[in-house]
Design a protein around this ligand. Sequence first.
Ligand code: SF4
Length: 147
Amino acid sequence: MIHHFLPLTMVEGPGKRSYLWVQGCSIRCQGCAVPWTWDQNKGKKKEIQALFAEIEKSKREHGIEGVTFLGGEPFDQARPLAKLAAMVKEIGLSVMTFTGYLYEDIISSSNPHHMELLQMTDLLVDGPFIKEKLDVSRPWVGSSNQR
Ligand code: SF4
C-alpha cells in the first residue's frame, strides 16, 4: 500500500533518487509530521512490477542513483519492499530505507521479511521520531536519537 511515488527528489537521501512513500505505520510516534500516513487503509494499492517500471523510467530519464523507502513504516510492508529492493539493486541502483524501528529490533525480529529488507538496504535511518529531541542540524533525520 503506497501513499505516493515521486520519480525524482534530491532531498530524501544522497544524490538523485526516486522515493516511495508507503502508507501505514504501526509505530505512531508523538509529534510525527505525517500522521495521515498511519492508516494503511487510506493508501493506494500498487503492483511491484508497476512501481519497478516507474523506477526504471526515472533511471533512464533522470539518471537517478537510487530509491528511498519512507513512510509510513517501510518495515510494516517488508516483504513486498524487499522484493522491489532486490529488483532495484539488479539494475544497479542503491536502496535507502527510513524506519521508526531500531536496528537492534530489526535484526532480532521474528518476522523473516524484516531481515530481507534490511539486507537489501544500503543505507538505513533508524529509530522513532522523538519530539523532545528535535534535530534540524543533520540531513534526513528528524530527532537526535535517529541513526
Ligand atoms: S515511524 Fe515515522 S511515520 Fe511512523 S509515526 Fe514515527 S515518524 Fe511517523
